[in-house]
Ligand binder design. Sequence first.
Ligand SMILES: [Zn+2]
Length: 149
Amino acid sequence: MESDFINILNELMCDEEPDLPTRLNWQETALNDLRCTDRALGKWFENDSVLYVLSAFRLSDRDFASVFPKLKTLSSNQREQIVHAFEDHIEHCPRCFRKRSYDLEFEARLESTLNENRDFLLKKLSHEDADKPSDEEHMKNGKTRSAYQ
Ligand SMILES: [Zn+2]
């Protein structure tokens, strides 16, 4: 279900901007030409967007542990220090600096596609939910039921 939704989003984004795949490819090539100055930090941004990683490190302890279970022993202080190290690195590393600007650009594009197609997408989502209740609904129902027992 989730991947269907992402496919629909992708299609919408490409409809709005037919040269998007070409641009993304071009950005990927441009990034590959740049060298990260500190791979220990930069590797975090290889598969996820810079914005995603930074906001994940700022989550509450519990939410952070669910995103990065292997790192759940990090205290919020330690995570704050890592975020500072990330930010410092991004300012000084040509590759990660560029990656962040591409990520920002993509996120802005995604947001405008979401906004422009809000009704259509909401309909799509609620239609899919009708077939199969989401996990969240399962949990809500479960909680309601046990509250009455
Ligand atoms: Zn870097």
